[in-house]
Ligand binder design. Structure first.
Ligand code: PLP
Length: 448
């Protein structure tokens, strides 16, 4: 039982990320105390299926002793070694090599960060450095996609296109520009995949021309938009955007912080479209959330241009905890579980089952759209299917939907606009996937 004093301590001292500081005061904290596989147990002893893998990160599932052992062994032997200057440790080197071997194309150079936000932030610095090294320092403008999320550092929040990450922070974002999302369910050009892709290509070209092609540094894209509401682009969309960037000499950065490490089926979602970005960001599933870590992948030409530009001077970017050996040891074991432990394969099977199950909810009067790929999915509620009328505010209260699901023994992400997001651990069993779908139906019935 969660003691009142703990709730009071939380209210008084812990600042929760991305939460209403006022609402949080009123509601109090919801505490988890343990977890195993895809099940989490709350402070009252209630068992819930974690349909969101923590924050779309615990891809391997909870309670893997071999991961705990890998961390403990590394901590005992060498808990810390800096990667600064020319120092290092074995685990990060082995991890970088293993990732380069599995990455699309020539993404052979890995910079380790602490999570997704600082991975994205690092790419902004690398991209700027790249263009300086190329003798084109005027390329300092960045383009990303509406409804996109790329973290909340001072620079990265500029690429993020969710209003609460900008409003009130007073940061100048003149260097960043947005094009519309592909959002197939509510796209003004309709739901024809080719028309959506053609419209996005035209908009990206127009945006580059408007800014001036010689000023555009990079275009950032999530292969599937996560925090914007799990928005899945039509097949070929990512490839077409990649080609457009190539045509203009603009760097293409794939943000795979959510989609990486088996979330959509393959190890990286770029593989779904057979594309090779110039840079790629990952985090979350890299260590399955057991410890923090992010990884920036750079193509040969990006790394070599920066290396040549810097010459003998140090490239002044890095953190004390970059390439942390404990995080690297964990990531190596997580990678082994994905591959030899069969988690990627199980995730692919369970992803197909999840999508089929959620499609089965399409007959529900409140379900307007079901979308997803692999173990990443969403349903969008409407009150009138023909008109796609968004649910009214009283049904739309994300916290209420979240609470209702919790009461049914299910953790989902309830987005503010009547969207339920799903990203269960790849270790889910068939029974757990079926329970996610059944419990969702109950939540929908209770919401009618
Ligand atoms: N990029 C994407 C696509 C994300 O979804 C997230 C987090 O959800 C981030 C970056 C930021 O990652 P982090 O929360 O680890 O800083």
């Amino acid at each position: 039982m969660l003691s009142n004093s703990l709730i009071e301590l939380d209210r008084a001292h812990l600042v929760h990320p991305v939460a209403s500081w006022q609402g949080h005061e009123a509601r109090g904290v919801r505490l988890l105390q343990s977890a195993k596989g895809a099940t989490v147990t709350d402070a009252e002893g209630r068992e819930l299926i974690d349909g969101f893998a923590g924050l779309w990160c615990v891809n391997a599932g909870y309670g893997h002793e071999s991961i705990v052992e890998a961390a403990a062994e590394q901590m005992r032997r060498l808990p810390y070694a800096t990667g600064y200057f020319d120092l290092g440790a074995e685990a990060p080197i082995r991890l970088a090599a293993a990732l380069a071997e599995r990455a699309p194309g020539d993404l052979n150079h890995i910079y380790f960060a602490l999570g997704g936000s600082d991975s994205v932030d690092s790419t902004i610095r690398f991209v700027r450095y790249y263009w300086h090294a190329k003798g084109q320092p005027g390329r300092d403008q960045f383009i990303s996609v509406a409804q996109g999320y790329h973290g909340s550092t001072t620079m990265g929040a500029g690429l993020t296109a969710l209003p609460s990450f900008h409003t009130g922070f007073g940061v100048p974002y003149e260097w960043q520009h947005k094009i519309s999302s592909h959002y197939s369910y509510r796209n003004p050009v309709g739901d024809d995949p080719e028309a959506i892709t053609a419209a996005s290509v035209a908009e990206l070209k127009a945006k580059i021309e408007e800014i001036g092609p010689e000023r555009v540094a990079a275009f950032y894209v999530e292969p599937i938009q996560g925090s914007g509401g799990v928005l899945v682009p039509p097949p070929g969309w990512v490839k077409a955007m990649r080609q457009t960037c190539r045509d203009y000499g603009v760097l293409f950065v794939a943000d795979e912080v959510i989609t990486g490490f088996g979330r959509t089926g393959p190890l990286f979602a770029c593989e779904d479209e057979g594309i090779v970005p110039d840079l790629m960001t990952t985090a979350k599933g890299l260590t399955s959330g057991y410890v923090p870590m992010g990884a920036v992948f750079m193509a040969d030409h990006v790394y070599e241009t920066i290396a040549e530009g810097a010459g003998a001077a140090a490239v002044g970017h890095g953190f004390t905890y970059s390439a942390h050996p404990v995080s690297a040891a964990v990531a190596l074991e997580v990678l082994r579980l994905y591959e030899d432990g069969g988690l990627l394969e199980n995730g692919r099977k369970m992803g197909a089952r999840l999508m089929a199950g959620l499609q089965g909810l399409a007959d529900h009067p409140l379900v307007g759209d079901v979308r997803g790929r692999g173990m990443l999915a969403a349903i969008e509620m409407v009150t009138d299917k023909a008109k796609k009328t968004p649910v009214p505010a009283e049904l739309n209260a994300a916290t209420r939907l979240f609470d209702r699901a919790w009461e049914q023994g299910l953790v989902i992400r309830a987005f503010a606009n009547g969207i339920f997001g799903y990203a269960p651990p790849l270790c889910c069993t068939e029974a757990e996937i079926d329970a996610i779908v059944e419990r969702t139906r109950k939540v929908l019935d209770l919401t009618l």
